[in-house]
Design a protein around this ligand. Structure first.
Ligand SMILES: Nc1nc2[nH]cnc2c(=O)[nH]1
Length: 513
């Protein structure tokens, strides 16, 4: 009976019948669900009569390597700020520092209702296996379900844009080209080892294949990552057309959108999450729908970087599965899934005048739970509270302000809960947060250590940021040129042009959105 837990008299988030239920957990699974009191509880009994029980959220996209950069950047589009969060010469770190760094967002994810976190961690320029081990250990220790991928690419990020030869001074380009990162094939070897040893269907802390973006990979390398995923039946995530610059890059690099390029290569498949997918056309949507791939909405970071608002309704109309994510804390400060869910339901109402087609709380919630599970190919394991599924769930206090008075639990969770009411989190059948306290780690000690490490790293962080300076002018010129370059005429509107000068950016060529 040691591995049994019964949650008694729980209110389930999606249950509109007004019943309370007993949830029986045996080992890592939900063994039974019964109307409250229908049969005796088993094992450890948790009184859930004042809890709203929800499936844990699945944060499908995060970058833990940015955790010490929280709060440092504002007012820059992706292509500029990426120089700072992924500098060519990153801050050197010990394995312990990486462990604590990983914990920062793992703790925040747990505290905002996530039970699964998907981490795309940067290991370039020099792969250090102890860093990967440290991140895996952090997820093992805090109890969250995690899929760790490390960014796979074989084309330097600064070469994955148009106009590079024209806009970078030759000496700067030579300097950048002189950086020789760990060969991509070597990183892929580690990926293969992890594919063998950490399949996410069998391991709470598992591996996901994470090619960075089409333009950052040669086609051969991209398809090598696809082959690895196919061989081991692993999920895949890849950034695609988050920004206008990337949409233009697709046109100039491939003569088509990146979605069309991926479809031609045979890369688009089920269990493949196309992260961001903000800038696209109806044809792109049709290609994605036909392939069975998922898209991944990251509304908070897309707003913070001014990238635009993904056309979610059109994707759902086409039958595409939509999942949700947060992104890295260097870009967006917070791995807060409650915010990602609420931002989805709030911001998607900016799209279109037909209010009957606006995205509502149930669709945002679905994307954060079942949608996330489908994107990972884990829909038979996580994302729902159902007999036979993994016991990954959260309990929010019904006596907390977000639920007082109680009319519609799901709507109040999506629009009103901040994490302040989170009292219980169970992952893989283990209680990882109880009465609001993390049970497996000493949170206060980890946060103290994170602050101390941050203090020690301060001067190096500043030096690294200063070293980025010379890159900014060419990047700004490339960004401005891309703003003046037309995107495909059918591209969905995803941003507002507010002034005449918006249509006439520095290159002075009017552009069509
Ligand atoms: N938002 C965002 N974060 C990243 N981290 C690494 N690549 C990317 C990217 O293309 N977009």
């Amino acid at each position: 009976m040691q591995d049994r837990i019964t949650l008694t008299s729980a209110t389930l988030v999606g249950d509109t019948a007004g019943r309370t239920m007993d949830i029986f957990i045996a080992a890592d699974r939900i063994a039974d669900l019964q109307q409250a009191g229908a049969r005796p509880p088993e094992g450890i009994v948790i009184d859930a009569s004042r809890l709203l029980i929800s499936p844990g959220f699945i944060d499908g996209h995060h970058h833990s390597h940015e955790n010490f950069l929280k709060g440092r950047f504002e007012g820059q589009p992706l292509e500029l700020v990426m120089n700072f969060v992924r500098p060519l010469t990153p801050v050197p770190m010990t394995a312990r520092q990486v462990y604590v760094r990983t914990m920062i967002s793992a703790i925040q994810a747990i505290r905002t209702g996530a039970t699964t976190l998907v981490d795309d961690m940067n290991v370039s320029p020099m792969l250090d296996r102890s860093h990967v081990e440290a991140a895996l250990q952090a997820y093992e220790d805090c109890g969250i379900r995690a899929l760790l991928g490390f960014t796979l690419f074989d084309r330097p990020f600064f070469r994955a844009m148009p106009f590079v030869e024209e806009e970078f001074p030759a000496d700067l380009l030579a300097q950048l080209d002189a950086v020789h990162p760990t060969p991509a094939a070597e990183v892929l070897t580690l990926a293969r080892e992890m594919a063998r040893s950490r399949h996410p269907a069998e391991h709470r802390v598992g591996y996901i294949v994470a090619p960075s973006a089409p333009q950052r990979c040669s086609d051969d390398f991209l398809m090598a990552t696809r082959a690895l995923a196919d061989e081991f039946e692993l999920p895949v995530m890849i950034h695609v057309q988050e920004t206008r610059l990337q949409a233009v890059t697709g046109q100039l690099m491939y003569g088509s959108s990146m979605f069309a390029h991926l479809a031609r290569l045979g890369f688009l498949k089920a269990k493949t999450a196309l992260i961001h997918a903000v800038w696209l056309t109806p044809d792109d949507i049709a290609l994605i729908a036909a392939s069975g791939a998922s898209v991944q909405h990251n509304p908070t970071v897309n707003m913070k970087l001014g990238s635009g608002l993904m056309p979610m309704r059109e994707m759902l109309d086409a039958g595409i599965n939509v999942s949700l994510g947060t992104d890295g804390c260097g870009l967006v400060e917070t791995a807060d899934m409650l915010r990602a869910v609420s931002n989805t339901a709030y911001l998607q109402k900016l799209r279109g005048n037909d209010h009957e087609r606006w995205i509502g709380a149930p669709e945002a919630f679905h994307a954060a739970t079942k949608g996330g599970a489908i994107a990972l190919g884990l829909e038979n394991q996580i994302g729902e509270i159902k007999i036979g599924m993994k016991a990954d769930l959260c309990g929010y206090s019904l006596d907390q302000i977000a639920f007082v008075p109680l009319n519609d639990p799901l709507r109040q969770l999506v629009y009103g809960e901040t994490g302040a009411g989170l009292r219980l989190s169970i992952v893989d059948g283990k209680v990882i947060l109880c009465d609001g306290q993390l049970t497996l780690i000493d949170e206060a000690a980890i946060l103290r250590e994170a602050q101390a490490i941050h203090g020690e790293l301060g001067p190096t962080l500043e030096a690294v940021e200063a070293s980025v300076g010379p890159l900014l002018a060419p990047y700004r010129r490339i960004h401005a040129r891309c703003l003046c370059y037309p995107t495909a005429s059918e591209t969905f509107p995803v941003r507002f042009d507010c002034t005449p000068s918006d249509k006439n950016m520095p290159g002075k060529t009017p552009y069509a959105q």
